[in-house]
Design a protein around this ligand. Structure first.
Ligand SMILES: NC(=O)c1ccc[n+]([C@@H]2O[C@H](COP(=O)([O-])OP(=O)(O)OC[C@H]3O[C@@H](n4cnc5c(N)ncnc54)[C@H](O)[C@@H]3O)[C@@H](O)[C@H]2O)c1
Ligand SMILES: [Zn+2]
Length: 357
């Protein structure tokens, strides 16, 4: 299936198709004469590189393979890629392909957006998180000084190629991480979608690829609608950050090693829904519904007093570093959230991290 993505700068197509990777040459044939650099990580390369080499045997491809993990989304890794592009005589007509999860997509997109003021870039996301979220919408970037995504740009890919079969090699932890963003879409925009997820979460977790295809499409439709309205995140695009305010504070615990992005966001969504209930914006029933579904992908975590303090410190650092107020996105109704620019009491945030929430 095909999905048209409209943004304020350009439009492109997402193709979602089983076994797309075996047929990759057809999706990029306009680059047959050009140099192509495929950026990927060791895990993904181990599984898919031979297949890709075979299907692209008539193309001028080279690979840049980096270590897996968030630490690779760095200036150092970018520099290695710039060197490869420069010494390999890649030019304005060349193509960069990202083959991997959100780390690879964000990094490769960032390099593509800056090398020679921008060269063509195609995303081939291979984790659920990158298929339903990070590969679409044009946010690319790297971490610096331990601050996530602090250097980056808005740079849209020329296309996004999704092969849901790649999810078969993904571990459960990363599958759940992606499901967290999927559930987020239901909460922020579409209660029917949320209800469907609630009913079918066990089948979904068992990786039914037909179901997955539909879930990816629905998620991207919601993201597209929002990105089209507000590509540069001046207002409504902020709602995609539901769960991320507290989630980022949780994600930075233990130097980003303890939780995946999606796990931290799931915990953040529980806390933020709790805050919303405490402030009287949503009912206890709806709060329990949200918590029930999120607990299907992450069991409750008991944070120690020190950890709670650290999460708050991370939130406040976030604010200091970016010189912006802490914005909260809170559910106010089934399938609806609102942006709150005025801060939330520290004591309520601490309470929302408690085990009895
Ligand atoms: N740009 C955006 O809009 C946006 C949105 C959300 C998240 N992000 C970013 O995305 C990143 C997280 O992405 P992620 O969760 O995909 O992490 P990731 O890229 O680190 O991938 C997770 C793990 O899965 C492995 N992997 C990838 N595909 C695989 C496959 N098919 N089979 C087996 N293993 C596979 C990777 O090697 C890695 O170890 C974070 O840096 C986050 O900031 C960006
Ligand atoms: Zn996210």
């Amino acid at each position: 299936m095909k999905l048209n993505i409209r943004t304020k700068s350009e439009n492109y197509v997402v193709y979602i198709k089983r076994d797309l990777l075996n047929d990759l040459s057809n999706y990029i044939k306009e680059y047959k004469k050009e140099k192509i650099l495929i950026i990927t990580d060791e895990n993904v390369a181990n599984i898919y590189i031979n297949e890709i080499k075979k299907t692209l045997k008539d193309f001028k491809i080279d690979f840049h393979i980096i270590s897996p993990g968030e630490k690779s989304k760095s200036l150092n890794t970018s520099k290695d890629i710039y060197d490869k592009l420069l010494y390999g005589k890649y030019n304005r007509r060349s193509l960069i392909i990202s083959l991997g999860g959100g780390v690879i997509g964000d990094l490769a997109g960032f390099v593509a957006s800056t090398y020679m003021r921008g060269i063509d870039f195609i995303q081939i996301p291979t984790t659920l998180l990158s298929q339903v979220d990070s590969s679409v919408g044009g946010k690319v970037g790297i971490n610096y000084n331990n601050i996530k995504n602090i250097i980056g740009s808005f740079y849209q890919p020329k296309k996004v190629l999704i092969d849901p079969e790649t999810l078969k090699t993904l571990d459960l932890k990363n599958l759940k991480s992606g499901l967290s963003e999927v559930i987020k879409y239901g909460i922020i925009r579409d209660y029917d979608f949320f209800k469907m997820l609630k009913m079918e979460i066990d089948i979904i977790k068992s990786l039914n690829i037909d179901k997955m295809e539909n879930i990816i499409k629905k998620s991207l439709e919601i993201k597209e609608e929002i990105v089209y309205l507000d590509t540069y995140e001046n207002d409504i695009r902020k709602i995609l950050n539901f769960g991320h305010t507290i989630g980022h504070g949780i994600e930075s615990l233990n130097d980003f090693q303890r939780f995946t992005h999606g796990e931290a966001i799931a915990l953040g969504m529980i806390s933020e829904a709790y805050i919303s209930r405490e402030l009287g914006y949503i009912s206890s029933d709806y709060y329990c519904e949200i918590k029930y579904l999120l607990n299907k992908i992450i069991s409750d975590v008991k944070f120690t007093r020190e950890e709670k303090q650290e999460i708050i410190k991370n939130l406040e650092n976030d604010k200091k570093n970016t010189n912006k107020d802490i914005v909260f996105i809170l559910p106010i109704n089934r399938g609806e959230v609102r942006i709150f620019y005025k801060g939330i009491d520290r004591s309520l945030i601490i309470k929302s991290l408690g085990a009895d929430r």
